[in-house]
Write a protein that binds this ligand. Structure first.
Ligand code: 3PG
Length: 242
């Protein structure tokens, strides 16, 4: 009798004997689930030993999505530790400036990627690895190009310096009908985030203020938890517009 291989999301089994359980590839984490809480904490980590306590501090504050930028030598190892230890945390890699970094991030276990700009070789690597990805844009030309390339969820960076809420409202004119969604990042904090979340084209906001580099270096876990809980509270009070 020929074995019948049945493939399901969690396992591969044959009608004869074996059931092979495998770990679902990272692309089972979709963009909507990553952005569900409408908040992405960006945390630069210098010491991989800090990664898990940092992620635990964010989880204690109620946040389940974070990005570790590839700006330090500790980034890949930090992602690996969080992925291995805290499956409830959606962990992404940021500041991906080269295709090779996308591959390293995925190999470390990153479930999504972010870049400050729009680099086609980086996007090709994200596509190849089937990870949700948020390329950075700041202008109408970049927004149009990202959409042409098939990317709909875009990091709007550097948000405050690039005109903030007023710029996003202006971009909505020619682009809202395309279904584009922005994740503004850069200069956002608990005070100004409701202004961003009031825009229907904003899917989520990103920021580092809950877990700034100094707070992480000082192991200020309870402070990070408190800032995260405050951010979650502000977001909960902001009506969902998109
Ligand atoms: C980033 O690192 O992607 C953003 O610059 C974060 O901006 P912020 O530090 O102003 O939150």
């Amino acid at each position: 009798m020929r074995p019948v291989i049945r493939v399901t999301r969690g396992s591969i089994s044959s009608s004869l004997t074996a059931t092979i359980v495998y770990h679902p590839p990272t692309y089972f984490m979709n963009t909507e689930s990553i952005l569900k809480q409408r908040l992405l904490c960006i945390a630069v980590v210098d010491d991989p030993e800090a990664a898990v306590p940092l992620a635990e501090a964010l989880l204690a504050g109620g946040l389940r999505t974070m990005e570790i930028p590839f700006r330090t030598a500790a980034a890949a190892d930090s992602i690996k530790r969080i992925r291995r230890t805290l499956p409830e945390m959606a962990i992404g890699a940021g500041t991906l400036l080269a295709a090779e970094q996308v591959q390293r991030a995925v190999d470390a276990g990153a479930q999504f990627g972010v870049s400050p700009g729009l680099d086609e070789s980086v996007l090709a690597a994200a596509h190849k690895n089937k990870i949700p990805f948020f390329p950075g844009v700041m202008t109408p030309t970049e927004t149009g190009r990202a959409l042409d390339l098939g990317w709909k969820y875009l990091k709007f960076f550097p948000a405050e310096a690039a005109g903030g809420v007023a710029m996003l409202k202006a971009l909505a004119g020619p682009f809202a009908h395309t279904g584009v969604k922005f994740v503004p990042t850069g200069g956002i904090n608990a005070a100004n985030l409701p202004n961003y979340l009031a825009l229907p084209q904003v899917a989520a906001i990103g920021g580092s203020w809950m877990a700034g580099r100094k707070l992480v270096a000082e192991k200020a876990w309870s402070k990070i938890t408190a800032l995260t809980a405050e951010a979650i509270k502000v977001i909960s009070a902001s009506p969902v517009k998109n």
